[in-house]
Ligand binder design. Structure first.
Ligand code: ZN
Ligand code: ZN
Length: 138
């Protein structure tokens, strides 16, 4: 069980089970929302309990991004009917979970390229498989 909360404590998230993998995304939506790099830790909907009332913003036709309405802490990105992609930084216990995948790796700021042996997926490769991320600008 992993428990995390936003800066002000209004939103508290308990996670009973999650992937042993963190992924990063450098697409323009994630870059804008996060300030630089979005990171996600996947957890099934039935493994996540949220206390408090987050707000969410529909950032595309297929996904929403949730945040605390009081302090603005980013909480998750979630495709419709998909798993939670939780922000790992909410959970002190997530520090040892490895980064396994970096998406839009060719769109990052030069100083924000992530080191290590993980899968790197370019914008072209990603959009070949998931063409729904349209409107992304380099
Ligand atoms: Zn808050
Ligand atoms: Zn993204």
């Amino acid at each position: 069980m992993m428990v995390g909360q936003c800066l002000c404590g209004e939103i508290r998230i308990s996670v009973r089970a999650h992937a042993d993998a963190v992924s990063a995304c450098h697409c323009s939506l994630c870059r804008t929302w996060s300030g630089t790099i979005w990171m996600g830790l996947e957890a099934a909907p039935d493994a996540v309990t949220v206390e408090g009332t987050p707000r969410s913003y529909r950032s595309s036709s297929f996904a929403e991004r949730a945040f605390c309405p009081t302090c603005g802490t980013q909480l998750w990105l979630r495709d419709d009917d998909g798993p939670y992609e939780l922000m790992p930084g909410l959970f002190p216990g997530s520090k040892s979970i490895p980064l396994t995948r970096e998406v839009y790796a060719d769109r990052t700021f030069a100083w924000a390229a992530l080191a290590g042996e993980h899968t790197r997926v370019s914008a072209t490769e990603y959009e070949r498989k998931y063409p729904f991320v349209e409107g992304d600008q380099p």
